[in-house]
Ligand binder design. Structure first.
Ligand SMILES: [Mn+2]
Length: 227
């Protein structure tokens, strides 16, 4: 039987949505997907018990209340999915089932384990990189380069240096103590994190799956979910 991946939904224009690209990356890797909208914690656990892994996709800004800060540039926020994301991450981690986080997914994984975020990189850091570069660029594959830690699992998939897209204005400030940063941008921002069974990236590999190393992230995740 194909591995079953739980895919958390987002809210767009009063619709619960999941971009098809996540679905395509996972199904090409050999998985079936189950999309989960907000629901009771009891039923969330019930559905997750029947899934082999969790994909936490991109989305809007994380509510800073989740890391005990006042709002300073976080917009838009989707309160309805905040609890769902954090509960699903902690529950699957507890079950030792694989988790793959993308963009907001990386950010909320860090928050779920006790880390914090920059709410607005241009105004809260002295970075000269435009991490929202891809949004206005005619080539959606262009963003910035990242350097991958040679001791990380990510290194076995991407190698030491690769160009990624970049669609974010928030980022990791304090990394949660149980997570390891496995890639950085030139300005030092954490672009990927990992720990046993968890891998998360700040860019959008689902929009770059025509490039083999980015589809490899989905293949690697699904193969871990098969075990
Ligand atoms: Mn970036």
């Amino acid at each position: 039987m194909k591995p079953k991946i739980a895919l958390l939904s987002r809210i767009n224009d009063e619709r619960y949505t999941v971009n098809q690209a996540y679905f395509d990356g996972l199904t090409y890797a050999g998985a079936d997907c189950i999309i989960l909208p907000p629901m009771s914690i009891e039923n969330l656990h019930f559905f997750l018990d029947h899934c082999d892994g969790l994909l936490v996709p991109g989305g809007n800004d994380v509510n800073p209340i989740t890391y005990a800060e006042m709002n300073d540039g976080s917009f838009p926020i989707e309160d309805e999915i905040e609890t769902l994301d954090i509960e699903a991450i902690l529950y699957m981690a507890e079950q030792k089932k694989p988790i793959f986080g993308i963009c907001r997914g990386l950010q909320i994984i860090n928050v779920a384990f006790g880390g914090s975020l920059y709410q607005d990189l241009p105004s809260q850091t002295d970075t000269t990189l435009d991490h929202n570069h891809s949004l206005n660029h005619k080539d959606p594959l262009k963003g910035h380069w990242i350097e991958v830690d040679v001791n990380s699992h990510l290194y076995t998939l991407l190698g030491s240096k690769i160009e990624v897209n970049s669609y974010h204005h928030q980022g990791i400030k304090e990394l949660a103590s149980n997570l390891m940063a496995s890639a950085h941008a030139q300005d030092g921002l954490v672009e990927a994190l990992e720990t046993d069974g968890i891998l998360a990236v700040q860019w959008h590999p689902e929009r770059m799956t025509a490039i083999a190393p980015f589809q490899a992230l989905f293949n690697d995740f699904v193969s871990k979910c098969r075990k």
